[in-house]
Design a protein around this ligand. Structure first.
Ligand code: CDP
Ligand code: MG
Length: 700
């Protein structure tokens, strides 16, 4: 799993942002009027009073409503107007996805006519727009979990809205369990709480805490699981507005759904009435290749038929680019939005009339007995499929093209498995331990993860040095690891790198691993791409290659800035990326991430040193860090993962694909047609016993 799956703390506050004092113009008024009309037209608008009453009456309330009915954008505004932010309290709205937190906060700030970061803000890992004036705070659920480490009573919040609960993301589930505890603690008389009750006037510490209101929002009609979990909590249904959607199936199964999607895109574009198209794909790579293929095929069409604009939307896309998908298409153009399942319920893109659904989703899969987590592409569930087709009928009748035969639909699972049942739990458990929750097996999860998975994660945390033999947080390593916003194995890698004097190299590595694909590898120019990258390809493996890509781009940037006095970082970087077949978007993201994590480790008192050209030391550090994922070559050229005993193959994108070294460590295992390992470094097998003697024994 990439290191950034975990959520983290905050940076970059805009404490001193000035309010916008420009005088309003005529167009400003018309925009305001349009927004007011839009808000009034949403299904949720007619039940504002009732919802506020229900929140007043119930400490836990479940709100169920169709996607697009206005839950996420409107409810916080209703509660703000109803006085829930008195005395400086905040309303927190959590999302499983970063992108949803950002786009929705921007939209709500616009609706409120305030600058982002003032009354309305967002806070996600490595990016925080909030200030002391923020009252409506959109954030990821992982981030709120981290806030609870510092403020266990969540004392700054009067209301927490847990959004998209139906997705059952692992952090949402853990957050719900934690909120249940916090709510109980805040319901107790002040004298019984751990909070200092001196009645002081400043800050939250001495104040009497009001009870915490908890609202759970879901787009799935079945609220029972949440209601039961909260002791029979009340559920309110918000009536949606949905136009009919014609569902089309293919006659035969499609062997290549990418190609089928392309054919369908052009068929709609050339034959159907105006309206934008939304295509559900499984990830960044797929989206980028479809984007490219659409642009290429457009070149073969007559000039007047070329008005089709592909736009991508996926979690790792920088937010300013995500926002482009929301803007209306230029006059005469049709947009084709290429999205991951993010567009199922978390975000609503206006203008969609046509949905293309190949029927797949990329999801995490974990086999605790083997201790290996992988990303797999699996058929979407019925619930997901219905949400997808629903996206075509938001503004008028629509059409949905399912790229599989109708009989396949009936075979789909009703809904996706809660994520907590299919992930490595080490991150969750480390956080619970840091929150003072010791009994993990007895913890009140909505859906209990398997005992094997818990035991395995505890064992892994002990091996990583985060927990003591009796499963207490190890001091200081366990505390340090829980505070870094990374998966435990990467936090551990940084801590180790500090002792190996290669912290800078490891920071770069972790940042580069946190983005999906650094290299731009168009199929038709693969050789050219490889050749142009030859000079920074390391024979030792992908990690060292990433370090040189990062450094070389940095040196280029510095040189160019000095030479030309230019300060256009983006422009310079873009040029370098194009010349070297590097994905500009990903590199930019990695550079931001580097800066943020570096800030964290510096705060922890680490001195960021570099091993210079001594890459041997860095490789040894990689072995010491990722010893749980080592693989050894076998006689037939395949590899055996030492921990699980599985047969794996080096992924073709690895720089070691052809080299086939005897022993490697890897970061990711991916299952497509075969089991592939990605992000590798060649190591000496003897290092494993030397550097991880608690796990590997040498043969006597
Ligand atoms: O949460 P729910 O799915 O119920 O709806 P919402 O996200 O609050 O969206 C309500 C409406 O606001 C939708 O019709 C969207 O088109 C619009 N919206 C928008 O125009 N731009 C955004 N960034 C978010 C929402
Ligand atoms: Mg929503």
């Amino acid at each position: 799993m990439p290191p950034t799956m975990a959520q983290g703390e905050v940076k970059n506050t805009v404490e001193n942002r000035k309010p916008n004092l420009k005088p309003p113009t005529a167009s400003h008024y018309s925009v305001r009027q349009k927004i007011a009309e839009h808000r009034k037209s949403l299904p949720i608008a007619s039940v504002e009073k009732r919802l506020v009453e229900e929140v007043n009456k119930n400490d836990v309330l479940i709100i169920v409503g169709e996607t697009g009915s206005g839950k996420t954008t409107q409810l916080p505004q209703f509660l703000y107007s109803a006085g829930f932010c008195r005395e400086g309290k905040m309303i927190g709205i959590t999302q499983p996805r970063r992108i949803a937190a950002v786009t929705v906060a921007k939209r709500v700030a616009e609706e409120c006519d305030v600058e982002l970061g003032q009354r309305v803000g967002y806070s996600i890992r490595f990016d925080d727009s909030t200030s002391s004036s923020t009252r409506l705070k959109y954030m990821t659920d992982g981030l709120l979990l981290r806030e609870a480490l510092l403020d266990p009573q969540l004392s700054r919040y009067s209301v927490i809205i847990v959004d998209e609960a139906h997705e059952r993301a692992v952090h949402t589930d853990v957050l719900l369990a934690l909120l249940k505890k916090v709510q109980r603690a805040r319901a107790k008389p002040v004298s019984e709480r751990t909070v200092n009750g001196n009645g002081g006037l400043r800050g939250c510490q001495g104040r009497k805490l009001s009870p915490l209101k908890l609202i759970i929002m879901s787009a799935s009609l079945d609220a029972r699981v949440f209601s039961e979990y909260f002791g029979g909590a009340k559920a309110v249904h918000v009536q949606g507005r949905q136009f009919p959607v014609d569902i089309m199936y293919t006659v035969h199964p499609e062997s290549d759904y990418i190609d089928a999607a392309l054919v369908t895109i052009f068929q709609i574009h050339l034959e159907e009435n105006p309206g934008d198209i939304l295509v559900f794909l499984t990830g960044q790579d797929e989206i980028e290749s479809v984007d490219r293929l659409v642009r290429e095929r457009l070149q073969h069409l007559p000039e007047e038929s070329r008005k089709l604009l592909p736009l991508a939307i996926f979690a790792a896309l920088p937010s300013e680019q995500q926002m482009r998908a929301f803007a209306p298409a230029p006059a005469g153009f049709r947009k084709v939005i290429l999205a991951t399942n993010i567009a199922e319920t978390s975000i609503t893109i206006p203008g969609i009339r046509y949905v293309i659904d190949p029927g797949f989703v990329k999801t995490r899969h974990y086999e605790p007995s083997k201790g290996i987590e992988s990303l797999v592409v699996v058929p979407a569930s019925k619930a997901q499929t219905l949400q997808r087709s629903g996206r075509a009928g938001r503004e008028g009748p629509g059409k949905c093209f399912r790229l599989y035969p109708e009989r396949e639909f009936e075979k789909l699972e009703d809904s996706a498995k809660p994520e907590i049942k299919s992930v490595n739990l080490s991150n969750v458990i480390l956080q619970l331990k840091a929150l003072g929750i010791d009994d993990i097996v007895g913890f009140d999860f909505i859906d209990k993860p398997s005992r094997v998975a818990i035991i395995k994660a505890l064992a892994e945390l002990r091996l990583l040095g985060a927990l003591t033999d009796d499963c207490k947080l190890e001091d200081p390593t366990g505390y340090q690891m829980s505070r870094l916003p990374l998966e435990p194995v990467y936090s551990r890698a940084l801590i180790l790198a500090n002792t190996f004097n290669c912290l800078e190299e490891m920071l770069i590595t972790v940042a580069m691993l946190s983005v999906e694909s650094i290299f731009y590898d168009p199929r038709e120019k693969r050789d050219e791409a490889r050749a142009s990258r030859n000079h920074f390809t390391s024979v030792e493996g992908d990690h060292l290659t990433y370090v040189s890509v990062y450094r070389e781009s940095d040196e280029f940037l510095e040189k160019r800035r000095k030479e030309s006095g230019e300060n256009k970082v983006d422009k310079i970087m873009k040029k370098w990326c194009i010349d070297n077949f590097v994905n500009h978007r990903s590199l930019k993201h990695a550079r931001d991430t580097y800066r943020q994590i570096r800030g964290h480790v510096e705060q922890m008192g680490f001195n960021v040193s570099s091993c210079g050209n001594d890459m041997l030391e860095f490789r040894r550090c990689l072995s010491a860090s990722f010893f749980l994922k080592a693989a050894q070559r076998q006689l037939d050229g395949t590899y055996r993962a030492l921990e699980s005993g599985e047969i794996v193959h080096i992924h073709p994108t690895s720089v070691l694909f052809r080299g086939k070294p005897e022993c490697v460590i890897f970061n990711e295992l991916m299952q497509t047609s075969k089991k592939y390992i990605k992000n590798l470094t060649r190591i000496d097998p003897l290092w494993l016993a030397e550097l991880a003697p608690h796990h590997y024994k040498t043969d006597e």
